[in-house]
Design a protein around this ligand. Structure first.
Ligand SMILES: Cc1ncc(COP(=O)(O)O)c(C=O)c1O
Length: 424
């Protein structure tokens, strides 16, 4: 009765399972990645102003003219070339829809998409809906240094041994928090340059949250020869603490953006016009001095730097090693010092009916016995690679300082009795 396309999409997921546990237990949540504070006043004010100004009717399907104009100016500077506001930008319902439409526009059934795992779990379902096939390439983890990086040799091998149509990049990265440095991005660009049929989607939703000293966001499409091969995706949600506004966009060469623009009016006539209008204005104001900083983005970086440190220090006290991160909303914890009680390791759950992985068991234990929600990383891997997630748990720090402190105190109270001997 229902389209075969939807087969398997109705199963319980990490989000439904840990959402239910959070409701059942009232646990403190460092789970889902949305800020638990109000957006900046200047952004909310532009929301009110857009409604007062009377922006209530349809706008252009590919994007409200004032917004595509502002974005084209910004990206002309990010990508060091003139971006055409009408032909090289498409406005979407969040980055989620930007991704959906890009995959629908570029993928034919059976086409391979390279994913660097762990990766944002939405990618799997969207690739499936487009008829694509996931070809996973695990990131290389250096346990001693607590870092994640892209194994360029493994990536090139995957490109050469398969027939991938697309490479999906994400930096700053969900879930590891890595902002891949210029030399790694340049290495990827060299691989892409050697394979003329490979296209790239660069998901850059966390680009304004690069908080680590000496780290910077690299716009992949700004690298030599990469603009013509890349659709860059982003959205306003993470930058302005307005994830519910769902305003996103695609930027790229006309040949890749045109098919996305063609699809758009079949999905919705346009993205909410007042939201687009408000965002265009907010983007301009964000460049002004803000709360003692040169602009809003500098203030934001500082905010995330301090929240990340608060969480990292607290996790350290709880015997969880904070891995190196540079940007985004998440900190990856190495939990290998923790002894997970056997009863949790033996469980089967609606989302893991064949038995749980260690990371999943550990997160259930933390939720039920410490009252803290964190997210296991196995859902960010495809089935053959889920074992690589065993020691790793994702903690969100886009939460109030009180929430982060309370969560860390609760974790410490539980884990101090469950550390592998000799470590304390
Ligand atoms: C890596 C990544 N890409 C895309 C999205 C979706 O962004 P949006 O809320 O704008 O749809 C998220 C949201 O968590 C994300 O983490």
């Amino acid at each position: 009765m229902v389209s075969a396309r939807l087969n398997g999409l109705d199963k319980p997921t990490v989000w439904s399972e840990f959402g239910d546990i959070a409701r059942e237990t009232g646990a403190v949540s460092l789970g889902q990645g949305f800020p638990d504070w109000k957006p900046p006043d200047f952004v909310v004010a532009q929301g009110h102003a857009a409604l007062d100004e009377g922006v209530h009717q349809y706008t252009r399907p590919a994007g409200h003219p004032p917004l595509v104009e502002v974005l084209s100016k910004r990206y002309s500077s990010h990508l060091h070339r003139k971006i055409d506001p009408l032909k090289e930008v498409a406005i979407t319902v969040g980055a989620s829809q930007a991704l959906y439409l890009t995959l629908q526009a570029l993928i034919d059934p059976g086409d391979e998409v390279l994913l660097l795992e762990p990766c944002f779990d939405l990618y799997y379902g969207q690739i499936k809906l487009a008829g694509g096939v996931v070809r996973p390439v695990p990131l290389a983890v250096d346990v001693a240094r607590a870092t994640w990086t892209i194994d360029l040799d493994a990536l090139e091998k995957a490109v050469e041994t398969g027939r991938p149509k697309l490479l999906l990049l994400n930096s700053p990265h969900n879930p590891t928090g890595t902002a891949f440095p210029l030399e790694v991005m340049t290495g990827i660009a060299a691989i892409v340059a050697r394979h003329p049929n490979l296209l790239v989607i660069s998901d850059e939703v966390y680009k304004y949250t690069v908080y680590a000293e000496a780290a910077e966001h690299v716009h992949f499409a700004a690298l030599p020869g990469m603009f013509e091969r890349t659709v860059t995706l982003s959205s306003a949600g993470k930058t302005f603490s307005i994830t519910g506004w769902q305003a996103g966009w695609c930027v790229g060469p006309e040949r890749l953006i045109k098919p996305i623009q063609l699809l758009l009016p079949f999905v919705q006539f346009c993205v909410s016009a007042p939201i687009q209008h408000a965002l265009a204005k907010a983007l301009m104001i964000a460049d002004d001095p803000y709360e003692g900083h040169a602009n809003y983005y500098e203030w934001l970086k500082e905010l995330f730097r301090s929240k990340r440190k608060l969480l990292a220090d607290g996790l350290e006290r709880a015997g969880i090693r904070p891995m190196v991160g540079h940007g985004g909303f998440f900190l990856m914890g190495d939990t290998s010092r923790l002894l997970v009680p056997q009863k949790y390791l033996d469980e089967r759950t609606p989302a893991a009916p064949d038995g749980v992985t260690r990371d999943w068991a550990l997160c259930r234990w933390l939720a039920y016995e410490a009252g803290v929600i964190a997210i296991p990383t196995s859902p960010f891997f495809s089935p053959p690679n889920k074992h690589l997630a065993a020691n790793y748990v994702r903690f969100a720090f886009c939460k109030s300082d009180d929430t982060i402190r309370e969560a860390c105190d609760r974790l410490e109270a539980l884990t101090k009795h469950h550390l592998i001997e000799g470590d304390r």
